[in-house]
Every structure is written in structure tokens, then in C-alpha cells.
Ligand binder design. Sequence first.
Ligand SMILES: [Zn+2]
Length: 388
Amino acid sequence: MIDALSIAQQLVRCPSVTPADAGALGVLENLLKAAGFEVHRVTFGEPGTADIDNLFARIGSDAPHLTFAGHTDVVPPGDESAWRHGAFSGEVRDGFLYGRGAVDMKGGIACSLAAVLQYLADHGGKPGKDGKGSISFLITGDEEDLSVNGTVKLLQWVAARGEKFDHCVLGEPSNVEMLGDCIKVGRRGSQSGMLYVDGIQGHVAYPQRAANPVPDISRLIVAISDEPLDHGSAQFQASNLEFTSVDVGNTASNVIPGQARAKFNIRFNDHHTRATLRELVEARLAKAAGNRIKARIVWEPSNSDVFVTKPGPFTDLAVAAIEEVTGRKPELSTSGGTSDARFIASYCPVIEFGLVGQTMHQIDERAAVSDLEKLTRIYRGVLDRYFG
Ligand SMILES: [Zn+2]
């Protein structure tokens, strides 16, 4: 039986820096076909973006349908000569698999595939009780860069075929320090905007003929960001609004600028939707600006909504599988940045559990071989309990 380490090595040896596939999906396709999966390779593109290869593979046609999601693309290796072992070598040294993607997240995909292959071998090649149930893999090559020709379009494509998911495990590196630390069950949403304040340009010696937007934007920044947006919720930390840049584009010291602008980003929890959040911020702006200050906000398009998978039987079985292998009871966390789980959450409950994230995106990214073995056993435990 093929193990997670050898699958992970094959994947790491494909230099699949977004948007390149470099053979990575082919590695999965061959293994999945040999195990009886129906495998689809689909390419998505749109003007101004690179075409991206994606893969959907399913075995079984009945519910319940458990899907393992992930991405085979990786971030660039940086200075390759700085790596102790080649960035795409897939070398194993001192108990670690080295290479870009070892942790984020070719290692996680390899563990889920190895667990599924073992599970099927033990169950006559069919998922579920009495052969009822489905397992699938939803793998994209567009997570690390633009995320436009990947999971979003792949989910739409799968839905258009009439397929439904019941639950999803996304194998992103969710653990902070040790395997078993943390299951991600949600993420905050993200919304960026730009605040514009219009004044009247003029000579600094004749301020009566000008209107200086700099003091005004300072007041507005304080008025918008001083008061907390909320105080957190049952599953989330408090939302926060951060101004990240203030600009007037002025190179002269004797000119009052005509306009000032300030960039901000909001990470928001389940007290808000993007619409209610925009209303809240605009109300604060209107109150502070009054009739005197000419100000407006331009909101950036955003596809990062808040989501959460509430604790229940699905999270319970994942916790049990993790505890059995690691002896640790994982925290159900909603911290951190965005991932493709935000898209999957519109289709079915999703949890994220994978390797330990410490070295992801770094020089010498590496996964402990013992963690690959343990994560495979955890995924196997999830399968046994899910279809049990
Ligand atoms: Zn990732």
C-alpha cells in the first residue's frame, strides 16, 4: 500500500508554483483512477488571468458524501540556494520531509489520499456502510495567488453536475505548534475600503483660499476606528478595523493638498455581514463629517465572507479522531487569515485540519515524517467514524 510520505514526495517534486501544475494533479489522478475513482480534470480561466488546472474525483454515488479539499499549488521557493535541501527535492533528512508545499499543503493532501486508499482497501473498494456513501477529492491549483480559477469555479462546476457534498475536510495546516492543537471551524470575513476627503488645494501662506483635508481625515480616522465594532461572539474574537495607509500624494511643503485618502481593512465576525458592516462604518463617517467635511468611502469588491461551522456531530468525530492519535483535544478555532474554506462553506459544513503550519511559506519548509503518519491515521479515524 502506498503511504503518505511517498505521495507527498511525488507531489513536492512537481514545482507547481501558481499557476503551474507541473504534473502535481497527474500524480493524484493516477492514484485515484487506480482506486476506482471517476476523475475529472477541469481547466478554468478568464481574461487577464492564467488558465488553471483543477481536479474533482469521486467514488460512490450515494449520501453521505465526504469530500477532502485542498490545493496543489505552492508559493515560490524564494532564494533556492538558501534551502538546506532543494526546494523541490522532496528529500527526507533527520525525520523531516523537505520542500515547498510539504506543509502547505501537499503533505495534507498526501495524508488524506493515503487514508482513503487504506480505507477503501479495507472495505472492498467501496466507501460507506454496505457500500453506501461517497468520498471525493476537490483539488485546485489556484489557492495561493488570485484564487479566481480554482475552488470557486470548481464548486460551481461540481454543483452544475448535480452533485452535493455533506461535509468537507480541508487539509490546510491548521495546527500552530503541534499536531492536534487546533481545528479551524471558521474564519472572519475581510473587507477593504478607501476613505477620501476632498479639500481645496492652495498656497500654505493663504489658507483662507484653501481647505486642508489633512486635519479632517485625521479626525475622521479617529471617529471611524476609535470605538470597537463589537466585543467578539461565542466563536469569534472581536472584529477590528485597521487603517493601513494615509496618503495625500504631495511632494511640496508649500502646497495644501486638494485631497487626502486613507486605506483600511476590516476583519469581521458573525455579528456582521458585509452589508451591515458597510452601513455601520458609513454611519460613523456621516456623523463625524457632518455638513462641513466632504468625505466618502469606496469599498473594494470582496469575496471573503465570515463563516463558521458550529460544534456538532461532525466536529465531534474529528475531535475524537485527533484525540485518539495525538492525545490532545484540539481547540475549535476561528483565528487566522482566509482560506478556500470560505467558498466551500456555502455548499456544506467544512473544517480545516492538516499539518503544523510553523514553516509554511518559509525557506526550508518541512513536515515531520511522524506527523505525516499521524495525520494519515487521524483522517482514517475520521473516515471510520463518518461512515461507521
Ligand atoms: Zn494552503
